[in-house]
Design a binder for this molecule. Structure first.
Ligand code: GLN
Length: 283
């Protein structure tokens, strides 16, 4: 007997659920939509339709990847962030919705025609730099990353979003970078504590680059390096925007004060956790 979409979805989602995949229902629907090359809505409006043997085979292939915890963004090869769709692979952190907070905060202080000089440290997929330049096209942005593979992904995304000539992507470690003085520096550095790496979700742990996640023994090591360097790279009254871990605000305030920063504000993400730190340098 041929199965219909409803039956195969029920089977697929219960399998994903058994593997503790939290978004089991949504994922089973999205993967079926991908299999049939239609939208998720179309799947849900045609639950009585039959599925062919060859589509079942294709669907099982995608389900199998997901059951091994491969992130949806890797199966689809893209992830939406801000207003755009970004190419992603295993060489970059998958853009997170909470990182959009940093974009919101920067846009708040930049008028539409602003011509500020911006540096992004650890650009990864390029999602922050590219979203910013699309919103504030008269700014100048340099985006650096110590991973050459990440820079390749970021450049590809810049091409996709037609800003290849507007953002200057450089493969360099922040320690070795001696650029201009900037008005704004932004970074979402690796900030997971070494001892927490093992307890990350399997999707993250097995598939996302450690280099983009691990903040050393304390989780704060990359921040300390960046803050010290930003003291030199920022203009007086320049601003630093950091994505931070939920329990890192206190330590970071201390370190920022020691390095000539003040007016430190911390904003919470949608789940009520400290996530975005904004600070001004003046001394
Ligand atoms: N928020 C990310 C996570 O929890 C970590 C991002 C980072 O280290 N910059 O997986």
């Amino acid at each position: 007997m041929m199965m219909n979409l409803q039956q195969i979805l029920a089977k697929a989602s219960s399998q994903l659920k058994l593997n503790n995949i939290k978004s089991f229902k949504l994922d089973s629907e999205l993967l079926l939509a991908k299999t049939l090359d239609v939208s998720r809505e179309e799947v849900l409006l045609n639950l009585n339709k039959k599925i062919s043997q060859s589509d079942i085979k294709k669907y099982n292939y995608y389900l199998n990847l997901r059951n091994q915890y491969k992130p949806m963004a890797h199966i689809f090869k893209y992830k939406f962030f801000w207003k755009y769709k970004f190419f992603v692979n295993k060489d970059v952190l998958i853009p997170r919705p909470e990182t959009e907070l940093i974009i919101e905060q920067i846009l708040k202080i930049l008028p539409k025609k602003s011509k500020k000089n911006i540096l992004e440290i650890g650009t990864g997929s390029g999602c922050i730099a590219i979203s910013l330049i699309r919103e504030r096209p008269n700014c100048r942005i340099v985006a650096i990353d110590k991973s050459l593979k990440a820079i390749k992904v970021a450049k590809k995304n810049a091409e996709i979003h037609q800003v290849g000539k507007k953002v200057n992507f450089l493969n360099i470690d922040v320690d070795k970078y001696f650029g201009n003085k900037y008005d704004i520096i932004v970074s979402n550095p690796p900030y997971i504590k070494k001892s927490d790496l093992l307890s990350l979700d399997k999707d993250v742990k097995f598939y996302e680059p450690k280099i983009a996640l691990s903040g050393g023994f304390s989780g704060l090591e990359t921040f300390f390096k960046i803050i010290k360097k930003c003291n030199k790279l920022l203009k007086n009254n320049g601003m630093l925007f950091l994505e931070i871990g939920e329990k890192q605000g206190k330590e970071l305030r201390k370190n920022l004060k020691l390095n000539g920063f003040n007016q430190i504000k911390i904003y919470k993400d949608l789940s009520g956790k400290d996530r975005c730190l904004v600070s001004t340098k003046n001394h």
